[in-house]
Design a protein around this ligand. Structure first.
Ligand code: EPZ
Length: 416
């Protein structure tokens, strides 16, 4: 099992370049199954989750070549519509190929994606949307089988602005007959990126980024394009907190300030200095910072994927903070690990009450999911003496070369 050894205390200084967004590249890769023509993606981050999605596409018959951050995909000949159960279990986002397979070939078989530690993460909203489009959905023995002679555009109102359901239904609607309107759609920037990519392939989608998205079905999509995915707003936010919690100063390059506006607003409210330019952000820490109240919400609210990182940041604030996790029912796994480092946190239902302490101390801690792992690394950077973070495979899923990028900023961190 890989682990990260961190000696805390260094104030991080310098520049860091943000990689392509994990949560943009995953749906965009899945949507390539709609195309009958080869295409190129640029800015592809070297992440374990992207390797998994590459394996999913290859298992379905697509050809994928990946060199540095450029991926050449040839989805012209899809030979299977069954998503391997092992890959669905390894990564929930494998479920994002279901809408595209249904749209392109009219059937799909997949096992239920594994839940994960942060919540049960059902797919009811995805399946309801596919049903509304005309698919016959059979669920049995942990498998989902869907078939549709054709899909017909319709009106769909999502009970909750689910990111994955919005993306999956959008993809299924691209080749449907007629117009589909998704109401109460998720508004995340990654959905706008998916719309822009699909429109470059010849789809006709409008409204992504707002809560009503309209998809006019077309007969086919596919153009020999090269498309660069947006930078990762959660990696950006993670480095913003790294600057704040180590009282350092970091210039974050290749990012979109608007995408992290809720994070910037909260850091400024805590007293952290943040400057925004067109494709970069500079964050300068201060010696003491204020406690905050945080509620995670769908975009443009405060992102749940930044909740663990803010919990460790607020563990060192002046005063008592409250974080309410409204998106996932079990995303406080990192609390126990942060307590080992001396944090004072009490969980009451969906809320965590964090009493600021003067410092954290190094400990042996375990990452339980991707963002919890990032939070423990941030804690190690700020803690006195040495922290060992186990479960680094979680971190490898969503952060490209995190330890190398931190070392270049002066962190004492090594991978074992
Ligand atoms: C996406 O997951 C992200 N993953 C998650 O990032 C992110 O935390 C989440 O959106 C919320 O922003 C990718 O984009 C690959 P949801 P997704 O559907 O689509 C419930 C990370 O760290 N729900 O918006 O699975 C669900 O259980 C990951 O990068 C249903 O009840 O999120 C959850 O409580 C973690 N029924 C809530 O909605 C459904 O059919 C939000 O889920 C679908 C979802």
């Amino acid at each position: 099992m890989e682990r990260l050894i961190i000696t805390g205390g260094a104030r991080l200084k310098g520049s860091v370049t943000i990689s392509g967004a994990k949560n943009a590249i995953l749906p965009i890769l899945a949507s390539c199954l709609l195309s009958d023509t080869p295409l190129v993606l640029e800015g592809v981050p070297r992440l374990d989750d992207v390797v998994t999605m590459q394996e999913v596409l290859q298992s379905l018959g697509a050809k994928v070549k990946w060199l540095d951050d450029v991926m050449e995909i040839d989805p012209s000949n899809i030979t299977s519509t069954e998503v391997p159960a092992s890959l669905m279990r390894r990564m929930r986002a494998s479920n994002l190929v279901m809408g595209a397979l249904l749209g392109r070939l009219g059937n799909v078989r997949a096992s239920y994606p594994g839940g994960c530690t942060i919540g049960s993460r059902p797919m009811d909203l995805h399946l309801k949307g596919f049903g509304y489009l005309g698919a016959k959905v059979h669920e049995h023995h942990g498998f989902i089988e869907m078939e549709a002679a054709k899909l017909t555009g319709t009106e769909i109102h999502l009970d909750f602005p689910s990111v994955g359901a919005t993306e999956n239904i959008m993809m299924a609607a691209v080749l449907a007959e007629g117009t589909t309107t998704i109401r109460n759609a998720a508004r995340e920037p990654e959905i706008v990126d998916l719309q822009n990519f699909l429109n470059r392939l010849g789809a006709e989608i409008r409204g992504a980024g707002l809560d009503i998205i309209q998809i006019n079905g077309v007969s086919r999509v596919g153009r020999e394009i090269a498309y660069r995915v947006i930078p990762d707003r959660i990696e950006t936010g993670t480095f913003m907190v790294a600057a704040a919690i180590t009282r350092g100063e970091i210039e974050i390059i290749n990012t979109i300030p608007e995408h992290v506006e809720p994070v910037t607003a909260k850091l400024r409210e805590a007293g952290i200095r943040v400057w925004e330019e067109d494709d970069r952000i500079i964050v300068k820490g201060v010696d003491t910072w204020n406690a905050l109240d945080i509620r995670t919400l769908p975009y443009p609210g405060f992102p749940t994927d930044m909740q663990p990182q803010f919990m460790v940041f607020l563990s060192l604030a002046q005063g008592t903070s409250i974080i309410t996790e409204n998106i996932f029912e079990n995303r406080f796994q990192h609390v126990g690990e942060l307590r080992r480092m001396g944090a004072h946190i009490r969980v009451e239902g969906r809320s965590a009450v964090i009493s600021g302490v003067p410092n954290l101390t190094g400990a042996l801690v375990e990452a339980t999911d991707l963002r919890a792992g990032a939070a423990l690394v941030l804690g190690g950077l700020a803690a006195e003496n040495t922290t060992i973070v186990e479960g680094v495979e979680h971190i490898n899923r969503g952060y490209e070369k995190l330890d190398a990028k931190l070392r270049r900023l002066g962190a004492q961190i090594r991978r074992e």
